[in-house]
Design a binder for this molecule. Structure first.
Ligand SMILES: *[C@@H]1O[C@H](CO)[C@@H](O)[C@H](O)[C@H]1NC(C)=O
Length: 112
């Protein structure tokens, strides 16, 4: 997370109807999503699975993370598509091959 330049992503355990879900990475770039739920989401990722640099937040003052008004499960996609593209994402956790974080309950993550 500390090395995030713009927006970084990593796998999350115990979410999306699977033991884990993760960004699929090829040649160091995110090319898709492994998830048990709505893989068609533009960013099929849980809140616990990404970090955004403060610089990106400050330079996108109109970007909002909607607590209401997004379809269920679309909050992450609705937010991320305002500030980045899938191509730009920076895979962490060894090209997203390591599950270092798990969702314990909704809204609460646990990092190892
Ligand atoms: C991730 O993949 C890229 C391209 O295959 C490779 O150059 C890089 O060393 C990998 N990074 C890690 C941390 O394994």
């Amino acid at each position: 997370m500390r090395t995030t330049r713009k927006v970084s992503v990593w796998p999350v355990g115990l979410v999306g109807g699977r033991r884990y879900e993760r960004p699929l990475v090829e040649n160091g770039k995110v090319v898709g999503w492994y998830t048990g739920w709505r893989a068609d989401r533009p960013f099929a990722i849980d809140m616990a699975g990404f970090a955004v640099s403060l610089q990106v937040i400050l330079s996108n003052p109109k970007a909002v993370f909607k607590r209401r008004g997004s379809q269920p499960g679309m909050q992450e996609s609705d937010f991320l598509k305002q500030i980045t593209t899938v191509e730009e994402l920076e895979p962490k956790a060894n090209n997203c091959t390591k599950v270092l974080i798990a969702l314990v309950r909704r809204g609460s993550a646990c990092a190892y």
